[in-house]
Structures are given as C-alpha cells and as structure tokens.
Design a protein around this ligand. Structure first.
Ligand code: ATP
Ligand code: MG
Length: 415
C-alpha cells in the first residue's frame, strides 16, 4: 500500500478563519486512486514550521503532499522552506514565465516583478503547469519519498490534482490497486434506522467489501468501496448491492453515484423534457441555488421567487390574504397556493413551494422551530407534506427543507 501524508499550510487554518477543505479534498482524491493517507497536519506560514513538516516522518511515507504558501506575497513561505530542505537554488522556469505573461496579457494587466517571481522554481524540482493560475505545482524527491507542493486556491488545486498530480502518481506508483467507489443515496430516513433495515442483509456486512454511512442534513450516502477489482467486476458487485438495497429499503433509495439530488432531478427532467420552478420562503433561494449549481440546469429550471415577506407572497404569488392571516405563513393552504401560482407564473410543468420556521427564533408551541410545509404542484394535482425537522440549527434546517422538497419531486417519478 502506498502511504501518504497531507499537509496544509496557512495561518488562517490555525486561527479557524479558513475551513481546511483542501486536506479533505486531497485525501479523497488520493483514496480514489488507492493511496492510503496515514496522517494529515496543518502548519502556519512560517519557514521553520514548514521545514519541519517536510522533514518529520518523511521516511515513513512514500508521498508527502502540501497545499499553500506558493503565492507571491510576503506570507508565502513554502518555496523558502523547500529550498532549505532540498538544497535548492531558485531559477526562472521559462515555460512558467511565458504562461504567466500570457495570463496577464489576456487580462490586459501589466505584469509586476512579484508576478514574474512566480516563475522562480527550485532548480531540482519538476514543475506541474497550472492552467488556472500563476503558481505552478512542484515535485521533488529525497530518499525514495516524493514531495508534491501545490497552490492552495481550491479551484487551482482541483485542476492540478485532476490533470497533473493523479496522472503523475499513477505512473510513479504503478503497483497501486484501483479503488472503485459507488454512492447509494438515501433520504427520508435516519442513519440508524437505515442501518437497522439493512442489518439483516449479511451479504452487505460480511466484511468482504467496505461500506460507510455518510450522512448530511436530509441525505445519507451509503458508500461501497471496492479495492483491487477491475471495472466490470466492480460494476457487477455494485449492481448486486443496488438490488439488495432496492428490496430492503427501496422506499428511501434515490439513485446512485449522483453528486447531489439536483443532479438526479436534472437527469429525469431533461430526459422527459419537463420544466420546473420554485417559490421559497424559509429556504431563501437555497433550492434555486442547489439546482443552478448543476451545469445544464437552464434546460429544465425556469426560475424561482423568494417570497420571504407575507406581502411578497400576496403580491407576487397571489396568496389569499385572509388565508395568510387565519392559517399563518407556515400552513398547508399557503404553500399549496404558492406552488400553484408559481407553476402558473413561470409556466412550468412542476413547481415546489416551501414555507417553514428555520429557527432559532420564530417558533411557537403549535409551530415549533423546524416545522416546514412543502407543496408540489404537478400537471394534475397539488401535493402537500408537513415536516418536523426539530430544533437543530438554522442552516441544517434550510438544507433539510431544500432536500425534502427535491425528494418530494423525485417521489413523483419513482415506480
Ligand atoms: P496563491 O498562489 O494563489 O497565493 P498560495 O499557494 O499562496 O496560492 P495561499 O495564499 O496559502 O495559497 O491561499 C490562497 C487562498 O486559498 C486563501 O486565501 C484561501 O482562500 C484558500 N485556502 C488556503 N488554504 C486552504 C485550505 N486548506 N482549504 C481551503 N481553502 C484554502
Ligand atoms: Mg498566497
């Protein structure tokens, strides 16, 4: 097994100002190609700290991979630490320099000295060209251990991992076993209840393949990982798993290998040539955001209204004022009218509406925080459903309500 360590660099990580998404991203990418991350650490923008992070335990792993501190500003110290550790001189890399010059020419900006300095690389390093930014990735080796340094800007890191680092590692470590992952998406059920349903299926938990429950608000990914099998064999195993899951917990199973519920919906709506719109109160546009985060959503999503204030529900969605006064904004009749009007206004095949109490304030004994009404207007009816998500935090309730609305639509298309 190829063993790796992940190191993220930046003061902002240590004072909790920046969530360290880069390390989880790198761990996931390495896991996918069969590299086992045995340790991850974060250090500040300090040459000595970075030097020690390069050095410590280097002989216990095959790979150390770093993000951060490669930029042009005073707090970017990684190259200095690299030069000390690997006895390097900085030299201009002509290919990197002309890439930087082209980037600036395209933006019509004059190039400054510190930007040109981005083309300075340790003389004994190989370079990963960074199409998305100025700082290149660097690779060095010492005593059988490979060291890779990458810039920290997440989309640059993503590009480099996908197009430079992974192909390089596959070549460098040909003995790596392929790892295949399949995510089965569940909703409308808690993690423990799902486990209880599946527990009796001993084929799933006989230890032959790895399974994990990855819950997020309103959604559970049940992940199967297969190591060392070819694509055909893995696919067969995944199909068997899907059959078992459909039989035992089909009511809660929403598809596999989708990045999100919105991706599954997009597949269905575009296949069937249907359109969708949404009227959102407590989710404040989150559902529209989830949908429009998927590239290609313009083919089926026409738009949405954030009808947060009662006046907006009345003026833009023609919700009956008396009903609003009598039943309150969080009520079955109000979401029913919101969904129907939304469908009419946007002229779509389907429309959803959500109204609820996301919290932490605004709850009452009759309608505590987490109470959410959702309606779905379809070509032939309007369906409504009441949810009680409980007193957890505001953003979790918004995510739960958004997922529940999307799941309600998916339920329409379940056989
Ligand atoms: P650049 O060349 O763009 O300056 P860099 O290698 O110098 O990149 P940093 O300056 O350390 O990288 O970080 C650039 C930005 O990337 C930070 O402002 C921050 O928004 C983001 N970032 C840094 N570290 C992480 C991390 N561990 N997880 C997620 N985002 C991060
Ligand atoms: Mg920087």
């Amino acid at each position: 097994m190829i063993r790796a360590e992940v190191v993220t660099i930046g003061n902002e990580l240590l004072i909790g100002r920046q969530v360290d998404t880069n390390s989880s991203f790198m761990c996931a990418e390495l896991a996918e190609i069969g590299i086992s991350v045995v340790r991850k650490i974060s250090v500040g923008d300090d040459v000595q700290e970075i030097y020690e992070a390069i050095d410590v335990g280097a002989n216990k792993v095959n790979l150390k991979i770093f993000s951060g501190g490669l930029g042009p500003t005073h707090d970017d110290k990684t190259k200095e630490a690299v030069c000390r550790y690997f006895d390097s001189e900085l030299i201009i890399d002509q290919e990197v320099l002309s890439h930087i010059e082209q980037l600036f020419a395209r933006r019509n900006v004059t190039i400054s000295q510190i930007n040109q300095d981005q083309a300075l690389v340790p003389h004994n390093a190989s370079v990963f060209m960074n199409d998305k930014g100025t700082a290149p990735g660097l690779v060095l080796e010492k005593d059988e251990t490979v060291f890779i340094f990458l810039p920290a800007v997440p989309y640059e890191l993503k590009f480099l991992m996908q197009y430079r680092v992974k192909p390089y590692l596959r070549q460098k470590f040909p003995e790596m076993l392929p790892v295949r992952i399949c995510d089965f998406l569940f909703s409308g059920i808690g993690e423990s209840a799902l486990f209880e349903l599946l527990e009796s299926q001993t084929q799933l938990f006989n230890g032959q393949h790895e399974f994990a429950f990855l819950p997020s608000p309103g959604l559970i990914r049940f992940r199967q990982t297969i190591c060392g099998e070819n694509e055909d064999t893995s696919e067969k195993v995944f199909n068997v798993t899907e059959k078992i899951l459909t039989v035992t917990a089909g009511k809660y199973f929403y598809g596999r290998n989708a990045e999100s519920v919105a991706h599954i919906l997009q597949r269905i709506f575009t296949e069937k040539g249907l359109t969708f719109s949404v009227a959102e109160s407590c989710t404040g546009g989150h559902i529209a955001h989830m949908i429009t985060s998927v590239s290609g959503s313009s083919a089926w999503f026409k738009g949405g209204i954030v009808a947060y204030d009662n006046q907006v529900k009345i003026s833009m969605l023609h919700v009956n004022e008396n009903v609003l006064m009598q039943s309150g904004a969080v009520s079955e009749e109000v979401v029913r009218q919101m969904a129907m009007q939304c469908r009419n206004e946007f002229n779509t095949d389907y429309a959803a509406a959500v109204s609820g109490i996301a919290g932490p304030d605004g709850g009452s004994p009759e309608k505590p925080v987490g109470t959410v009404w959702i309606a779905l207007a379809t070509p032939d009816s309007v369906k409504t459903k009441l949810f009680h998500f409980g007193p957890s935090d505001r953003s979790a309730n918004i995510q739960r309500a958004s997922n529940a609305a999307l799941m309600m639509i998916l339920d329409e298309f379940k056989q």
